[in-house]
Design a protein around this ligand. Sequence first.
Ligand code: PLP
Length: 401
Amino acid sequence: MSLEPFFNRLRSDLEGAKRDRLYKNELILRSPQQSQVSVGDGDKSTLINMCSNNYLGLANSPELVAAARHSLLTDGFGMASVRFICGSHAIHKELEERISQFLGTEDTILFSSCFDANAGVFEALLGEDDIIISDALNHASIIDGIRLCKARRLRYLNNDIEDLERALKETSGARTILIATDGVFSMDGIVADLEKICRLAERHNALVLVDDSHAVGFIGPSGRGTPALFGVQDKVQIVTGTLGKALGGASGGYVSGRREIVEWLRQRARPYLFSNALMPAICAAALAAIDLAEGGDQLRESLARQTARLRSGLSRLGVKLGGNAHPIVPVLCGEAHLATELAGHFRENQILAVPFSFPVVPKGQARVRMQVCASHSEAEIDQVLTAVECFPSLEALKEVA
Ligand code: PLP
């Protein structure tokens, strides 16, 4: 017996991914994450970064760096334990309380990432007598979390309330029904219609889970997220989110909501029970990030202003965009080759933005997804618009249906 067939298969799969242009090459940054990043040596190495999740521009904020540095000196480096053995530090509790206060929830439990939060939440709370109804465009971590759970699964078309109602009618006999949705769908920058979702949920006695990773810190009043935007905080029982995007961008995630839910997750959520506690310095920086986000109307205004400048400028040039006011600004390209060509053209013009094509988005719906950051300047946004204006295939881009 030889292991060669296994390695031959991997080599062949890798070649196939390269041949089909699905192979992901990683860009190496040589500067901190910020609105302009260095990726190599020489004049052309500084790029305007239009593809990070650094919505509030806090990833290299002096306040966060100082908070993390102070924590490193006082709290130490690592916890070397899961939370329930000897890995619970006072700063974890402080951050959990601060997130609850910020979101207006009863309690919060931290995870190493939002991927882990979503991987753990369904299986711990629901079983084979229950039903989960999930939006078709939910994040991969919700899909995987649901797969790990024995509850029956139903899917509804993206943000389609009629289709959600159809699914809800198929739930008779279920012990518990849970509707799971992203607060913002990250490929399109579309905000979930939480008002209608919550109204339907109430009528059918269903729980609502919202993953607010692409909203927390910058959407809704004081950046409290999509439930606050729609005024339905009391109708969303479970919110999951990340510290890895607007709130500093390091890592960490959470589940926030009703006290009983959080208490039970501490007992049963497997990624919480069997994975190391978050580094204290990350918690310290996240505390600073929440302070900056909560008092960050100016940051949010800047983000909204630059987003509007980019969106209106691109629309004036005749290109089709996804979403409507969110800083995720997808330039719809239709075929994958046009998205690749546009991203290549951006790169030649010192702009970093990546193409997305099948299987990340459906066939024929390729796009270059741009993301605006509060620290982008007008000049940087205008440089992006100038690049689009001189894109050799602009006419083809305008004709995308
Ligand atoms: N949920 C959504 C909607 C996301 O977009 C992401 C990140 O891409 C995650 C969860 C995972 O977050 P984390 O990076 O904290 O694991």
